[in-house]
Design a protein. Structure first.
Length: 428
């Protein structure tokens, strides 16, 4: 059972660093044999949670035949409608079996209650917006929200999940979204869920690079989660959002649950660039050492939409082309974030306090025993402002995970033969 205390999550009174893989399309698109194999791989790598959309992920690949949460009608143009007055019990029976497999492996389900495309006036329902060509279902009417939430929370609360009340929704008022309508819907979602599972853990999955959450919803959240996202300013958002929240005196846990997806094309950048493992870990370390040290999400572009090139009828829509999910299990970013988790638990289990350095490329945090420094380029690091004594230090090459013996001389950390980024550990 997960509990929240201060800035962190705990499990059985022991610090729990949330490390979640993202598999939004699990319930609609993954066969049971593949699910077991996938869970075994992620468990072996050190993941302790999986982020899943309870309903069909609108920008994922098509579901397995018949794997729909409600009765469905398809139109000739490829669009479809759900009958929200009825539930496909077989769909939810299968979802329970999938969650039972997670329980066998001591992994935490993180379940999105209502993704933004089901809510009116979100950016996902803009007919001229980013995903205008995807086949999205009609929005759920407000009067069907409570019956739906009541049904799913009654079924899934025995698995002690964390609930994402919202999915990819922003609450800033602009031409693509109306936060008043969204707030009304998500107030209904969280109130209905809490009436069934009052002791559950709740948070909001808000849209990329955003930190806006209405006060009446924020008060009901167990912790603050954000996504630094996949645009050109996503890496900057990873560190700015937790710093902003701490400056505003937010005292609860903070986590970046959606840094850039490894293997996905970066939005709005030319020439075209797919995010690498280096991009992912650089963003993740910046988030953690800036105050979002309660946990992280990870995503591989092929697993979260569950792209299976060997499944008959598989069709990839849109301009973003995912890898086959099997290939994604070989991406190294997952192992990098698992190493980050273990490093935080080893050196920062009692908490980390960000340190503002004059060198804005270097990120640092400390506690009573250690100073942790993330150096994205292995140049010498001047720490004279920290008044660090000359001594030895530990340097970890984050590309190879080699452990090196470093030195601090004249308050400067030595330059070692590291090609990409490094973690510097100084024992006080």
């Amino acid at each position: 059972m997960i509990t929240v205390k201060g800035k962190y999550l705990y499990k059985n009174n022991k610090r729990f660093f949330y490390l979640a893989d993202t598999c939004w399309g699990a319930f609609t698109s993954v066969s049971m044999p593949d699910w077991k194999y996938y869970l075994n791989m992620r468990k072996h790598e050190g993941f302790n949670a999986i982020q899943i959309n309870i309903l069909r992920q609108y920008d994922s690949t098509p579901p397995i035949d018949g794997r729909e949460p409600f009765p469905i009608t398809y139109n000739e143009d490829g669009t479809y409608q759900y009958d929200y007055t009825q539930f496909n019990d077989a769909y939810f029976d299968n979802a329970e079996m999938m969650l039972a497999e997670m329980m066998k492996r001591n992994m935490l389900p993180v379940l999105v209650l209502l993704w933004g495309n089901f809510v009116p006036n979100t950016w996902m329902n803009d007919p001229h917006g980013f995903q205008a060509n995807t086949s999205k279902p009609q929005t759920i009417s407000f009067d069907r929200v409570k019956p739906y939430i009541t049904y799913v929370v009654k079924r899934f609360k025995k698995f002690n999940p964390i609930y994402f009340v919202s999915g990819d929704v922003g609450f800033d008022k602009n031409e693509q979204q109306n936060p008043e309508i969204e707030e009304k819907y998500y107030q209904e979602v969280i109130d209905a869920a809490k009436s069934i599972d009052p002791n559950g853990i709740y948070t909001f999955h808000i849209n990329g690079e955003s930190s806006t959450l209405p006060d009446n919803l924020a008060r009901k959240a167990s912790f603050f989660s954000y996504q630094s996202g996949h645009g050109p300013s996503g890496e900057e958002a990873a560190e700015k959002i937790p710093k902003k929240l701490r400056k505003e005196s937010y005292q609860g846990p903070i986590m970046d649950v959606e840094p850039c997806y490894e293997g996905m094309t970066q939005f709005g950048v030319l020439p075209t660039h797919r995010f690498s493992a280096y991009d992912v870990r650089r963003t993740a370390w910046k988030a953690v050492l800036s105050g979002a040290d309660a946990g992280l999400g990870y995503g591989a572009f092929g697993i979260w939409p569950w792209n299976d090139n060997y499944r008959k009828g598989q069709k990839v829509t849109g301009f973003l082309k995912p890898y086959d999910w099997r290939k994604c299990l070989n991406f190294r970013g997952a192992k990098d974030l698992a190493f980050l988790k273990e490093s935080v638990l080893q050196y920062g289990a009692d908490g980390l306090k960000p340190i503002a350095l004059e060198n804005k490329e270097v990120y640092a945090a400390e506690n009573e025993k250690y100073v942790l420094i993330y150096n994205p380029v292995a140049n010498p690091v001047d720490l004279s402002e920290l008044k660090v004594k000359d001594s030895s230090c530990r340097i970890i090459d984050l590309n190879t995970l080699r452990m090196l013996e470093g030195t601090i001389c004249n308050s400067t950390v030595s330059m070692e033969p590291v090609i990409e980024d490094e973690l510097i550990v100084i024992e006080k």
